[in-house]
Ligand binder design. Sequence first.
Ligand code: SF4
Length: 253
Amino acid sequence: MALAEATEKSRVKPLSPEDEVAALNARFEGATAQEILAFAIREGFVGDIAMVSSFGADSAVLLHMVAQVDPETPVVMVDTGKLFPDTLRYRDQLAEALGLTNVQSQKPAKDDLSEVDPSGMLWMSDTDACCHVRKVLPLDVALEGYGAWISGRKRHQAATRSSLSFFEWENGKVKVNPLADWSAADIISYAKARELPPHPLVAQGYPSIGCLPCTSKVKPGEDPRAGRWRGQDKTECGIHLASHGREVDGSGI
Ligand code: SF4
């Protein structure tokens, strides 16, 4: 092959998804969360991106930012059927307050529940299996048809998230993490400055909120996530694990 031909072929060879994501991370190094979101929604993945939110303790910040960029952005919440009623009310109140017009709740498939968790008590014996059928599988369904999704995960939340990038390539989709480098203090400060309504359970001692059976109050001085699956090794719900294995998190969707 002539050099000129080889050079031409290498020039037009498309980047792999991994290389594209690496290029995005290089391009947006030092960018603000708002800049990353504006690019993702208006330029990079137009009509091909959804936000996933747990409507948990600190979800209001990213939801507010998304609403500022485009209030019609699809927002997916996985309704496991085991959430606190307060969370469902908060979802509706927050969506209305922020002007979000496309909030969708995705529930587990009835057939899957009939097969795996007919009594609704699977969480007592196998939390990984319960999270898989109630969180991981419904999210896969909700994100079908999207090439990218926005998550509110942050590096400070867990050791497993300490090297989190703004853009990731995972399970055939781009995952965008605009708040990756935000601290807990940044979140509080942003929410306070804009008077964003807090999740009602935060004031009752729940700094991290997932499903009712698997979330307990946290005592002063404890890690904010200590109330999630208390007494178990479990820290992640599987949604954020590359293989979508049987492991499981939840709060930081
Ligand atoms: Fe089931 Fe608990 Fe996971 Fe919710 S957090 S899906 S109740 S194991």
